[in-house]
Design a protein around this ligand. Structure first.
Ligand SMILES: Nc1ncnc2c1ncn2[C@@H]1O[C@H](COP(=O)(O)OP(=O)(O)OP(=O)(O)O)[C@@H](O)[C@H]1O
Length: 767
């Protein structure tokens, strides 16, 4: 079935369906965003006398994709099973692929035999990291500070005071050049991760590490048999590689959307848990906690963790209502109100994943006690976890078992909206050896300072109760690409629609394109389903959904192809819509910022910002739902009206920066210089206001489902004011008559007096 043909209104468009490269076409050969142009340099710079056979796989032999997905399996293929540009893979290619896989398997089974693991020279490291736009810096190295403070204590009080008063000279941040991970095979050869974990990574079809994996995994994994003398002074000096930390760091990572951050934080956690697994006591509580801002993202992370930990003793679970994380004393019985963790459809592929859930299910029937979470990895939204930690006296129970805490989408988790809950969970993790990881595609400098101050406060609080605190790890920051920018592999369209009606028309045009100029290479790529549509509020999402419900022709599936997803829906409704969208049954999903972060729809062809996002960061995340893992052809359309003009420069700047990253000249991009010059720059106050409340004009109204309460021009509707007024009156009359009937009042009039019992003249209605 040709989706495009079914939706197109013109036979011309239908016939000349463009040979456009689309995210839904399948996997890409290279999931990396940067450094594609550097292979020859890398190959030259590598010391050829070394047998670093796989080390250069990045540059020399990009892996080929495998099997083909069905025509409408937008999201199914994944990295492992997809086609490139719809071309069937040749036999030769398949043979080559099989050979590669066998070689990889051989490496997994035989360890290091095949690969020599002489480290990269520091200059090579620098070159590789630079070409992939990776920057690593030590934000705070606490070890010398701890030493200093010990010495300091011995000094006289007076001198100490003097020193404190003098502003401390801050050193420039120390740059690190970790040994880049240029092939997943190195996970085993260099870091000795378990064979099972390595096999699970391979099973996902991941061949090449993405930039964030290339930089973060070497920082987070302890190097096998690492020893300074062994490395020699010329190759890997202590001061530059970060290997001396042996993965024992707190890490703040800023990397583009869809760049594979999830497995970058999960692999080291699973590896660490597998190392400790013999000493693990399942009853002791979770060892790793991953916090995510939404249930959808949390459940996706659980699925990823389960795939990576398949066949091992490590289990991952999603925090659900009624689950208990810490054992309660007998004096604190909890209600026998257990909402059992049902396997959602997106859990399908994690066959052994539900053991934990099932075990819990069987035991949970014991009255008066809920079953403790036994999984080593617990993924939760901050509020869900905090609620389960709250005691009756309103204090928060500690989670001493947790040694890894990950904040996925850290900037939003530390935003005022979630900050209190997130910090409460962080502080509840009382293990002195806790290692924190903060991950996002956008991170303001305030997040860095908040992280530092939280680490400091925690440390001070713990030091008071624990006399021999373990060494304090450094806080390291890894940045991939240009901080806070949109990915360069999607095309942006910033469209002035003047009014709400204009936006609706614009969206309808996107849904039913009338012409396609596929021959013109400079023509803007067409947005094709499946795509997401973002609105500012829930009522607007609902109103837009009801407006577009019948826009998809019945022969294309009609109203079932369009759905709305928002936080007011029940969990099961949300799960079901997500599943239908992932399966390709829904083509257009209207939503709010609920799906703006983290959610991974591999084959999503585009994003429509029906309402402008309320910050530059929100734009980066929303449009980052397409173009995942380096996929080309994603389209991001943003409509703006008169009301948005004061703010739209924020978005225009992000688009400009992203196009610059892609090498598009200023006069050829979708945001022209004249527009940038003409748009007003919003003040700090305006930006804050926008972030907090969105565009004010769109907030007004009762919030009723059909958007009827929204005043005048900001209503989502194509009906004229007169028609709406008539409908409103008719609805009011109907509702009034229904109410009267329910109260036993006849519309006739006289009986009303009897019901009221006080004479007709006093009756003022039931409201
Ligand atoms: N090395 C790899 N090769 C190919 N695909 C990969 C690789 N690593 C991850 N992926 C895929 O890339 C997609 C995006 O990954 P992920 O969701 O972890 O991105 P992210 O960086 O967390 O994005 P966001 O910032 O939007 O949350 C997923 O479909 C994942 O399976």
């Amino acid at each position: 079935m040709n989706v495009f043909k079914l939706l197109s209104r013109s036979s011309n468009a239908a016939q000349s369906s463009p040979a456009q490269k689309l995210p839904s076409s399948g996997a890409v050969a290279n999931p990396q965003l940067f450094g594609h142009d550097e292979p020859s340099q890398l190959a030259q710079s590598a010391n050829k006398s070394r047998k670093r056979k796989r080390g250069l796989i990045t540059a020399e032999s990009p892996p080929s994709p495998a099997a083909l997905p069905a025509d409408l399996d937008f999201f199914g293929g994944g990295a492992a099973g997809a086609e490139v540009n719809g071309d069937a893979i040749s036999k030769k290619e398949k043979k080559r692929q099989r050979k590669e896989d066998l070689k990889e398997k051989d490496t997994l089974e035989n360890g290091t035999e095949d690969i020599e693991e002489e480290p990269y020279h520091v200059d090579e490291c620098k070159q590789i990291l630079r070409s992939h736009k990776l920057k690593v810096a030590v934000l705070e190295d606490f070890a010398p500070q701890a030493e200093e403070s010990r010495k300091e204590k011995k000094k006289s009080k007076k001198r100490k005071k003097e020193k404190e008063q003098k502003p401390q000279k801050k050193d420039a941040k120390r740059q690190l050049y970790p040994q880049p991970l240029t092939s997943f095979a190195q996970l085993r050869t260099r870091y000795g991760i378990s064979r099972r974990l390595a096999e699970n990574i391979m099973e996902q079809g991941y061949k090449l590490p993405t930039e964030v994996q290339l930089g973060a995994l070497p920082l987070l994994l302890p190097r096998k048999g690492y020893n300074e003398e062994q490395n020699g002074s010329t190759v890997d000096t202590e001061s530059t590689s970060g290997a001396e930390y042996a993965g024992d760091i707190d890490l703040l990572t800023v990397a583009p959307t869809g760049s594979g951050k999830t497995i970058a934080f999960l692999i080291p956690i699973i590896n660490a848990l597998l190392i400790q697994s013999k000493s693990l006591d399942a009853e002791a509580g979770p060892r790793a906690v991953v916090l995510a801002p939404t249930r959808e993202l949390a459940s996706q992370i659980v699925n990823e963790a389960r795939k990576l930990a398949k066949g091992t003793a490590i289990k991952a679970t999603l925090m659900r209502k009624g689950m208990e994380v810490v054992e309660r004393t007998e004096t604190e019985p909890i209600e026998d109100k257990v909402d059992l963790p049902e396997a959602s459809d997106d859990d399908e592929d994690a066959s052994d994943s539900d053991d934990e859930g099932k075990a819990t299910q069987q035991k949970k029937r014991t009255p008066g006690r809920a079953e403790l979470v036994k999984a080593a990895i617990l993924v939760a939204t901050p509020l869900a976890l905090l609620n389960s930690l709250k005691r009756r006296d309103n204090t928060i129970a500690n989670l001493p078992s947790v040694s890894h805490l990950v904040l996925d989408e850290a900037d939003v988790l530390l935003d005022p909206l979630f900050r209190e809950q997130t910090l409460a969970v962080w502080n509840a993790c009382s293990n002195p050896k806790l290692r924190a990881g903060l991950w996002s595609a956008t991170m303001g400098s305030n997040i860095e300072s908040l992280t530092l101050s939280t680490l400091n406060t925690r440390w001070e609080a713990l030091s008071e109760s624990i006399s021999d605190m373990p060494a304090r790890p450094p806080l390291i920051r890894l940045v991939v690409g240009l901080k806070d920018s949109a990915i360069p592999n999607i095309s942006h369209q910033l469209t002035y629609a003047a009014t709400e009606q204009g936006k609706l028309l614009g969206l309808r045009q996107l849904l039913h394109p009338t012409s396609v100029s596929s021959s013109d290479p400079k023509a803007q790529p067409t947005l094709r389903p499946p795509f997401l549509v973002f609105t500012q509020t829930i009522p607007r999402a609902i109103a837009l959904h009801s407006e577009l419900l019948y826009d998809i022709p019945p022969e294309a599936g009609g109203s079932s192809r369009i759905a709305v997803l928002h936080a007011d829906l029940s969990s099961s409704a949300r799960d079901s819509i997500m599943t239908r969208f992932r399966r390709g049954e829904v083509w257009v999903l209207i939503t709010t910022d609920l799906l703006a972060r983290g959610v991974d729809f591999r084959g999503l062809n585009g994003v429509v910002n029906y309402d402008v996002p309320n910050s530059a960061a929100a734009y980066v995340h929303r449009v980052g739902r397409t173009g995942r893992a380096g996929r080309e052809g994603g389209v991001a359309v943003t409509f703006y009206t008169q009301d948005d003009i004061p703010y739209v420069k924020l978005i225009a700047n992000v688009i400009r920066a992203s196009e610059k990253l892609r090498g598009v000249k200023a006069d050829e991009g979708s945001v022209k210089q004249w527009l940038l010059d003409a748009l007003p720059t919003p003040s700090k106050r305006d930006r804050q206001q926008l972030k907090k409340r969105g565009v004010e004009a769109r907030r007004s109204g009762s919030g009723k489902g059909d958007g009827a309460g929204e005043k005048g021009r900001n209503r989502i509707s194509t009906k004229s004011g007169y028609v709406r007024k008539m409908e409103h009156n008719r609805r009011g009359a109907k509702a009034g008559s229904k109410r009267r009937a329910e109260m036993g009042v006849d519309d006739g009039g006289d009986d009303a007096d009897e019901v009221d019992g006080s004479g007709g003249s006093d009756f003022e209605g039931f409201e």
